[in-house]
Design a protein. Structure first.
Length: 297
């Protein structure tokens, strides 16, 4: 394991990393002032680090200049920053995205799962940027156990994020393999958050922290303590919010989190849009805001 991957693993252990959205208008325009204030608010309210341009941040849909500006805004806050790379139809682009992220001061990259040779793709990213990598076991493209083991033995891989939504056995297996190989086991399980901590996850990187970040932080704080009732209460609050936001169509969760961020005053209504996600009925907005009302500012 490369020393840089070891350092990132150790720095992220026990932290909550917010998988930040990228606030934008209905036509897809990004206001960097809005982005800066939004990122700063997440950190102020309990996020220990930021994952930008990942699945929640719609990184694959953004132009290179916008991606670079978003990374710069996150890095300026002085917290650990992971940058989502890959996810576009051209797999060769991930290596260049990682190189740019490294040049802008990112601390690591979260690698979108791709078709074909996953290990080769991670190795190409590593050779291009020498930036520690977080492997990604995502519900839309789960990683076969054998391939996962190969990835976890790559010297540049610092950890593994699992986001399988409802596959409890798959989540348990991924956490166990990551810990077995000395990598950081990171939960991205918005719908199995409390259980994934009990199964051994050592850090969190979740889209649920794109708004109401304090709700997720409270579960981690309670887990680190010794009050079982506090952990149960905090997990219940998180589960109620996750039930309203991480539901079918699942790709609509980005829009739901943006609605919630706007309701909390984190972003203006004009930038609470996800033009790359499915269209959702307006009645859902009221349901999401109501579910998050206990956490609104």
């Amino acid at each position: 394991m490369d020393i840089s991957a070891q350092a990132l693993r150790d720095r992220l252990r026990g932290t909550l990393i917010a998988a930040a959205a990228t606030p934008m208008t209905e036509s897809g325009e990004v206001d960097l002032g809005v982005v800066s204030r939004y990122f700063a608010g997440l950190v102020e309210d309990g996020a220990d680090g930021l994952a930008v341009l990942a699945h929640t941040g719609r990184g694959p849909y953004l132009a290179p200049d916008v991606r670079a500006a978003v990374i710069e805004r996150a890095v300026a806050l002085g917290v650990p920053v992971l940058v989502g790379v890959g996810g576009s139809p051209d797999p060769s682009g991930a290596a260049e995205e990682a190189r740019v992220a490294a040049s802008l001061g990112a601390h690591g990259v979260l690698v979108f799962p791709a078709e074909g040779d996953r290990l080769g793709g991670h190795d190409a990213i590593w050779r291009a940027a020498r930036l520690p990598m977080i492997a990604f076991d995502l519900y839309t493209r789960p990683c076969p156990p054998g391939t996962m083991l190969d990835l976890l033995r790559h010297p540049g891989v610092a950890g593994l994020k699992t986001a399988l939504l409802s596959d409890a056995m798959g989540c348990q297996r991924a956490i166990a393999l990551a810990r077995q190989e000395g990598r950081l086991a990171i939960t991205g399980e918005d719908r199995m958050f409390g259980p994934s901590l009990l199964w051994g996850a050592e850090a969190a990187l979740v889209g649920l922290a794109a708004a109401s970040v304090g709700v997720t932080a409270a579960v981690m704080d309670a887990y680190r303590g010794s009050d079982l009732r506090a952990f149960d209460a905090a997990s219940g609050r998180l589960d109620r919010l996750a039930t309203a936001t991480f539901t079918e169509p699942m790709e609509g969760y980005v829009q739901r989190m943006l609605w919630l961020a706007a309701a909390e005053g984190r972003i203006p209504e004009s930038h609470a849009h996800d033009p790359n996600g499915p269209s959702l009925p307006e009645r859902e907005r009221a349901e999401v805001v109501s579910a998050g009302g206990f956490a609104a500012r």
